[in-house]
Design a protein around this ligand. Structure first.
Ligand code: GDP
Length: 302
């Protein structure tokens, strides 16, 4: 239900266009596919993915000898899911440590929804009975520490912080010590999101990671890149930059509720080969969903 509601903009845009297309055509011909191609591209599915999908559809239509446009509709969903899942198998599950501390590092540029995502995940873990701690590793942006703390208070988890401008690696060191002494299950770490200077970003992320690795072998267990779905192709460019700067293990696609171009989920998976682990579907604590390609695609047509 959450999925359906959060996807209403994409559903209204994409699905209603497909419905309209199907209603207007008498038979499945070249023109039909051309129009479909245009709809998919406008939904930010990504050019290569659209081409692959159209090819697959044409083959399937031929194979099943489909004449009626209405019959193509279910094949579209089927093939979208297939395409999402094709290639290297990528799990959407988080790499959680059953015993001991799980450390999750969040990266992404300012404004994409990083703090909100950390708050939502803290809430999710806490409601599962886990002990959660936050690390205010964005010491650069004015107000970032307070903003994380506001989320921490709202959810009821502690935020480990230092003064603005302090060394983020030192914050991580403190946060890990605190997590160990409080026997926390999960430590969610914020980081600074300035992309203007890629070399600095890389250096800072590396330093932060090094401290975490030194304190807890095998950590960070996840590096989640938060991307804003409403920025479309720009999100893809950001993702490529972060992929060069650090080992991103998963994507959180925020603000999917705010875009009519939800096809970006498919483009991200196909072009980056990184699994989308969560999607943000609103500003509130509960508005975060584990990503599931099947639910997503079928939700679009529901
Ligand atoms: P940060 O700078 O990356 O930490 O971004 P914030 O977490 O402060 O989020 C920036 C804005 O986006 C805030 O106004 C959030 O309420 C909003 N936001 C974050 N996630 C979502 C989402 O999934 N859906 C919607 N509609 N808004 C979101």
């Amino acid at each position: 239900e959450k999925f359906k509601e959060g996807l209403s903009k994409t559903r209204n845009n994409f699905s209603s266009k497909v419905n309209d297309l199907v209603a207007r055509y008498r038979k499945v011909d070249e023109e039909f596919f051309e129009e479909l191609e245009e709809i998919l591209i406008q939904a930010d599915v990504g050019f290569d993915t659209v081409m692959e999908l159209i090819d697959e559809l044409k083959m399937e239509v031929k194979r099943r000898n489909i004449q009626e446009p209405s019959e193509v509709q279910s094949v579209i969903s089927e093939k979208l899911v297939d395409i999402y899942n094709s290639g290297e198998e990528l799990s959407s599950d988080l790499n959680m440590q059953p015993d001991g501390l799980t450390v999750i590092l969040f990266v992404g540029v300012n404004g994409v929804g990083k703090t909100t995502t950390i708050g939502k995940l803290a809430h999710k873990f806490k409601s599962e009975g886990k002990k959660v701690l936050l690390a205010a590793g964005d010491t650069f942006r004015a107000g970032a520490i307070e903003q994380l703390e506001v989320w921490g208070d709202r959810v009821g988890v502690e935020t480990i912080k230092q003064a603005e401008g302090s060394d983020p690696a030192a914050v991580m060191f403190d946060a890990i010590a605190a997590a160990k002494s409080r026997k926390a299950d999960i430590l969610l770490c914020d980081t600074a999101g300035r992309l203007q200077n890629k070399v600095n970003l890389m250096k800072e992320l590396e330093k932060v990671k090094r401290v975490i690795e030194r304190e807890i072998p095998g950590a960070p267990h996840e590096v989640l890149l938060v991307l804003d779905a409403t920025t479309g192709q720009n999100a893809l460019i950001q993702a490529k930059t972060f992929k060069e700067a650090t080992n991103v293990s998963g994507i959180v696609l925020s603000k999917l509720d705010g875009t009519a171009k939800g096809g970006i989920v498919l483009a991200i998976r196909k072009e980056l080969n990184i699994p989308v682990k969560f999607v943000g579907l609103g500003e509130k604590m509960d508005d975060l969903q584990e990503f599931d390609a099947e639910k997503y695609v079928y939700g679009l047509f529901a």
